[in-house]
Design a protein around this ligand. Structure first.
Ligand code: ZN
Ligand code: ZN
Length: 361
């Protein structure tokens, strides 16, 4: 596939820059990105000489041959893939990169045994950096993951009678089922449904708490299509909102809109984060916003670039990031609004279409 060849060219340039003769790619999303292989066990051997080779075991024989195309070769190991490495590595290799985030200490010991004359060099974010810039196929997949998630939320909410005091868990289960019904692959993360005072816990897992009249209900959820994730949050209110609830919701929305409009190619990620924080500071609420403003999405639900106070990243055309400021008042409740935004040549393009104003359930 030409697409994947262009990704490998970018990778080869990165290897050159690091003075590496070869690299062993072991992170599943990176293997998928470079070869199309979706199996759960295997590694990709890349070197200056010879074809890139996906090594996997007999369980994935047919799948690998189906998903992986020339020039990448497929090598089927009789046992665990690492055992076949010495059959694949025929050339002499001086420096070989390995992925520090996925190779365990035990794997590293075995690698050093199998490749005794090779200098093993830890790599961080080598493929991840290339993955930050999405091509049109990837953007389309993310857009479809957004549509699936939005349809699933609308259908789920319209099927619930809020007078019945449903539990957070029952709403989350209904939403997860609907996400799968609408076509999501394995969900990128468990849906968060947090109500009343629990909405002030930014990563609350759904509990058996019954959702009551007057509660804020924070729902953070996503779908996965062709491997690509969406990640969306909306905060609702059951019945009419109290003044403090509409107040923090309006402030979060203002911060979120400002941050989204700042997601321009060339912008420092920390400046996007700062826009949200400054907006909340005007209402003296920035101290209730404890997490970062956003993160990249793609084959993983959390990837680069990071929209955080200390981020060294800059935005580039083709990045897809979440923008998700929140205000969490301990013991009372919280609001988060999260959209998925494409950094396009023409400016930020928000991929999410769900209404953002405070909606009564
Ligand atoms: Zn989220
Ligand atoms: Zn997120």
């Amino acid at each position: 596939m030409i697409l994947q060849a262009s990704r490998r060219l970018a990778l080869e340039a990165a290897l050159d820059a690091d003075g590496l003769d070869a690299a062993l790619i072991t992170a599943r999303p990176n293997i998928r990105y470079l070869t199309g292989f979706t199996g759960s066990s295997g590694a990709l051997w890349l070197s200056r000489v010879g074809a890139p080779t996906l090594i996997t075991d007999f369980r994935y024989d047919e799948q690998a041959r189906d998903e992986v195309s020339s020039p990448t070769a497929v090598h089927i190991a009789r046992g665990p893939w690492m055992g076949a490495l010495s059959d694949v590595v025929r050339e002499s290799v001086g420096r070989c990169g390995f992925e520090a985030e996925t190779v365990t200490v035990a794997d590293h010991e075995r690698l050093a045994e199998i490749l005794p004359d090779v200098e093993l060099v830890p790599l961080r974010d080598l493929v991840e950096t290339i993955r930050r810039v999405k091509d049109s196929t990837e953007i389309e997949a993310i857009e479809r993951a957004v549509r699936v998630a939005e349809t699933a939320l609308n259908r789920t909410l319209s099927g619930i009678d809020w007078h019945d005091r449903p539990t957070e868990r029952s709403v989350a289960v209904a939403l997860e089922l609907e996400l799968r019904r609408q076509g999501s692959e394995a969900l990128p993360f468990d849906a968060i449904v947090a109500s009343g005072p629990r909405s002030a816990l930014p990563h609350a897992m759904p509990s058996d708490r019954e959702i009551e009249m007057g509660d804020l209900v924070l729902i953070d959820f996503g779908a996965r299509v062709d491997g690509y994730c969406s990640d969306i949050t909306r905060t609702f209110v059951v019945g009419a909102p109290a003044d403090w609830q509409s107040g923090i919701h309006a402030h979060v929305l203002e911060a979120q809109e400002l941050a989204r409009s700042a997601a321009l190619a060339g912008a420092a990620c920390r400046s996007v984060d700062a826009r949200a924080r400054e907006a909340l500071a005007r209402h003296d609420e920035d101290q209730y916003f404890g997490h970062s403003t956003g993160h990249g999405i793609g084959l993983e639900v959390h990837e680069g670039p990071s929209l955080a106070t200390r981020s060294e990243d800059s935005l580039e055309v083709g990045n897809v990031v979440t923008v998700e400021p929140g205000v969490y008042l301990p013991g009372k409740g919280g609001v988060r609004i999260e959209d998925d935004v494409l950094v396009a040549e023409t400016g930020p393009r928000t991929l999410t279409n769900l209404p953002r104003e405070l909606t009564q359930l």
